[in-house]
Design a protein around this ligand. Structure first.
Ligand code: PBG
Length: 307
């Protein structure tokens, strides 16, 4: 009876699984701060994406760990870059799910900021063409979706223009629109080796006290051509998800970030929480708040539990 009348329904199809790809072959490197998650080489990634597809997951979101970094993050638009190669390999295997790629510089710059630095500060406008170039190269490799996460103003417009000019009109943009300067990204920066070497990200990511600004960021990204908009993190920002759902009709994604995953996984490891129950309850809350798509490191587990 409960299943029949449920007001909120979870399905594997609405889940997106974030994955970390590095160079090499046959590499599976556990991520200490995210128990159960690994950095994998492209060949292993193809296997994991296949498994995700079999479980009925809606899509995967790829992050790269380049072998080398520099001041401008040129690995992000390297045709032979670690994510570009991985996407080509996944495409060849044709897994039948959506392949999304993160677009940012923080994993590719030696200083760890999401844009290029000028006099020690991130230069928004100088960063835009680099993000656009990265997006176009990921699209050329075969990404269905590019997901700009650097929070540079104008990034969606710059990327849309370049995608269209390069003939990638069908490649969609999922914009990290309301992305907060959150301490819940801690484990991810470990995983992606992308922590800023100096300062923090408060100059470009949003202040956690703001809701209205989050809605304004979403409106801007939609006007620039975003196809899907995102609120990030998820659990501590359910009110923002709800407000965005009520205001906008566009597909809405919520990113349940690394710190959210780590909290539950660590407590479960100690036997303090029932992992399955708390993960499904959390995902239910995020969907109840209004998210259509949930990006979660628990996607594979959840799909298994839901089946
Ligand atoms: C890159 C990026 C980050 C995350 C997604 N894309 C890190 C950051 O902004 O510092 C965080 C994801 C997570 O914590 O799971 N800009």
């Amino acid at each position: 009876m409960r299943a029949l009348i449920a007001e909120t329904r979870l399905s594997a199809r609405q889940l997106v699984y974030p994955m970390f790809v590095r160079d090499g072959q046959g590499v599976r490197e556990p991520i200490a701060s995210m128990p159960g998650q690994e950095r994998v080489s492209a060949d292993e990634l193809v296997r994991d994406v296949d498994r995700a597809s079999e479980l009925g997951i809606g899509g995967v979101l790829l992050f790269g760990l380049p072998a080398e970094k520099d001041g401008v993050g040129s690995g992000a638009w390297d045709e032979d870059g670690v994510v570009q190669r991985a996407i080509r390999a996944v495409r060849q295997a044709d897994p039948g799910l959506v392949v999304a790629a993160d677009v940012c510089l923080c994993g590719y710059t030696d200083h760890g900021h999401c844009g290029v630095l000028r006099d020690g500060d991130v230069d928004n406008d100088e960063t835009l063409p680099l993000l656009a170039r990265a997006a176009a190269s990921l699209a050329a490799a075969g990404a269905d979706i590019v997901a700009p996460s650097s929070m540079m103003d104008g990034q969606v417009a710059a990327i849309r223009l370049q995608l269209d000019e390069a003939g990638h009109r069908d490649v969609a943009i999922m914009a990290y629109a309301a992305k907060y300067a959150s301490a819940f990204y801690g484990p991810f920066r470990d995983a992606a080796d992308s922590a800023p070497q100096s300062g923090d990200r408060r100059g470009y990511q949003m202040d956690p006290s703001h809701v209205r600004q989050g809605l304004a960021e979403i409106a801007t990204d939609l006007s620039e051509g975003a196809d899907v908009v995102m609120v990030k993190p998820a659990l501590a920002y359910l009110d923002v998800i709800r407000a965005a759902r009520e205001r906008f009709d566009a597909p809405l994604a919520a990113y349940s970030v690394s710190g959210e995953y780590a909290m539950l996984a660590a407590a479960a490891e100690r036997g303090w929480l029932d992992h399955e129950a708390v993960v499904l309850e959390s995902l239910n809350a995020i969907v109840r708040a209004g998210a259509d798509i949930v990006i979660t490191y628990s996607a594979l587990d959840a799909a298994r539990w839901l089946s």
